[in-house]
Design a binder for this molecule. Sequence first.
Ligand code: RIB
Ligand code: CA
Length: 276
Amino acid sequence: MRMSTTIILDCDPGIDDALAIAFAAGHPELEIAGITSVAGNVELAKTTANALAVASFVGVPRPAREAADGHAIDFIIERTAAAPGEITLVATGPLTNIALALRREPRLPLWVRDFVIMGGSAGRGNVNHAAEYNIWADPEAASIVFGAGWTVRMIGLDVTLRARATAAVQERMREFGALGAELLLPALGQYADSHTTGAPAVHDVCAVVSVAAPSVFTYTPALVQVETTGRLTSGMTVTDFSPSISPNALVATDIDVDRFWKLVLETYESLAARMG
Ligand code: RIB
Ligand code: CA
């Protein structure tokens, strides 16, 4: 019997967030308890509208035209409190909602099964030399989140920059009917770097893949602290891999790119078949 993992996806669609929603919707062992939205790539009203549109397009969860009443923070707290140890929280945008949820309910780390983010980097940044976008956008929130007493599974730029939708990957996506033609390929086409490299990185998909198939990545324990005040380094995830430190994170340090794309494309293929 297949064991499924229930997730709440806090996201800011966003191009790769949309691809991450589609992956979560298509994977047979992932169950989406809810999608919450946060300001990031665009303002909150737009990330919410985009999340609704994508969820509705791929048919999950219960296609809705409007966001549910209430705040994302309350939803996250209520759902995890109701099923302690069962829900994996995945964040693919700035960590604003997660930090606010922790402020309101410090027991959140006790209730989640796992906490996974796309964000940060043990090496270079992408907004600037030091910082990755999701951390840079709200470094105070990220600092609260890394200091909350749980183990953050950090899927950062060290690995996500290697998960690139190459020409061959995009060619496969052309076989996926409306899913490919109306969501995956137009989304990839919007990436600024798709015009330069032709092979954009699908950062946020990596975080959801790490829930569905953790062994696609290699993880190294580390102490991650977020720079909140540096003039040149605000949003930097200062990552210490020394064996003597007390870790607060499992940082993805390697990715099996072939396995990653095999899984992602198979999942999209089965979602496309379901969508008809
Ligand atoms: O740095 C990559 C992250 O920021 C992703 O979550 C993506 O959506 C982008 O805006
Ligand atoms: Ca995102």
